[in-house]
Design a binder for this molecule. Structure first.
Ligand SMILES: CC(C)(COP(=O)(O)OP(=O)(O)OC[C@H]1O[C@@H](n2cnc3c(N)ncnc32)[C@H](O)[C@@H]1OP(=O)(O)O)[C@@H](O)C(=O)NCCC(=O)NCCS
Length: 218
C-alpha cells in the first residue's frame, strides 16, 4: 500500500514535498477507486474525515454525488493504483459581498500516513485554489483531530475553535507564474507516475499469468 515515491526519505521542505509527491487530479472514471479508498477507512477515521458516523451506504451516496465539474478531487496512487491519499476541494457558493472560497477535506490510508502525503495534498489544493482565483481556503474538522490541526498550522492556517469543532482558514495570495508552473509540473509528474505504475502492474500481471500465480492485488 505504501507509495514508494513518497517514503520517509522525502525531504522535509514543504515545497520540495509538494513537487515530489505525484498528486493527480481525478475524474469521474476514478469513482470506483475513490469509493474503495473511503471504504477502507475505519469508523474512527470516517468520523474524523466527515465529522460524523459514516456507514458504507452514506459513503456510497457521497461518492455517487461527487461532481467533478463543480469540485476538484485529488488523489495519490500506490503501486497497485489504489488511492492511498485523497482530497476533496469543494468550491463554496460566492455571495456578492464575499470572496471566493473553497473547503478542503482529506484522508490518507493508515499505511500511507506520516510520509508527507496529507501535506502534499493540502499544498496542491492550496496552489490549485490560488490558480482558480480562490481567496480563502477552509478546513472544518474536530478540534480533537491533532494531526489535521498540525497540518493546518504547518501550512500557515489560522484556527478558530468552537464547541469541539475547529475551523482553519488560509488567506491565499493571487496566482503568479510560479504557482501555474508548479501545478502544471506536478500534474505532468503525476500522469507520468500513474502511467509507470499502470505499465508495471500490467507487466506483473502478465508474469503472474505466465507463471500460473495469482495476480497481486494490493
Ligand atoms: C490527517 C491525515 C490526512 C494526515 O495525513 P498524513 O499523510 O499522515 O499527513 P503528513 O504525513 O503530511 O503529516 C502528518 C503530520 O502530523 C504529525 N502528527 C501525527 N500525529 C500527530 C498528533 N497526534 N499530534 C500532532 N501532530 C501529529 C506528523 O508528525 C506530521 O507532521 P510533520 O510533517 O511536521 O512531521 C490522516 O491522518 C488521515 O487521513 N486522518 C483521518 C481523516 C482526517 O482526519 N481527515 C482530516 C479532516 S478533513
Amino acid at each position: 500500500m505504501h507509495n514508494k515515491l513518497a517514503t520517509k526519505q522525502t525531504p522535509a521542505n514543504p515545497s520540495v514535498i509538494r513537487a515530489l509527491v505525484p498528486v493527480r487530479e481525478l475524474h469521474a472514471g476514478h469513482r470506483e477507486a475513490i469509493l474503495h479508498h473511503f471504504l477502507q477507512l475505519n469508523n474512527d477515521d470516517r468520523h474524523l474525515r466527515f465529522g460524523t458516523q459514516t456507514p458504507d451506504e452514506v459513503i456510497e451516496r457521497y461518492v455517487a454525488g461527487l461532481d467533478f465539474n463543480q469540485d476538484t478531487i485529488f488523489g495519490i496512487f500506490d503501486a497497485q493504483l489504489n488511492i492511498v491519499g485523497l482530497a476533496h476541494l469543494a468550491y463554496l457558493p460566492a455571495f456578492k459581498s464575499k470572496t471566493r472560497a473553497a473547503e478542503f477535506g482529506v484522508s490518507v490510508l493508515p499505511d500511507g500516513r506520516g510520509q508527507g502525503l496529507g501535506t502534499a495534498l493540502l499544498g496542491r489544493a492550496a496552489v490549485h485554489s490560488r490558480n482558480t482565483r480562490v481567496e480563502t481556503l477552509f478546513v472544518h474538522c474536530l478540534a480533537s483531530n491533532k494531526t489535521m490541526m498540525h497540518l493546518a498550522q504547518k501550512a500557515g492556517m489560522s484556527v478558530e475553535y468552537s464547541y469541539g469543532d475547529a475551523d482553519a482558514y488560509l488567506k491565499l495570495s493571487p496566482a503568479n507564474p510560479g504557482t501555474i508552473v508548479e501545478e502544471v509540473a506536478n500534474e505532468q509528474w503525476a500522469y507520468f507516475d500513474y502511467a509507470l505504475k499502470q505499465n508495471l502492474k500490467r507487466s506483473n500481471g502478465a508474469w503472474c499469468w505466465m507463471l500460473g500465480r495469482p495476480a497481486l492485488t494490493s
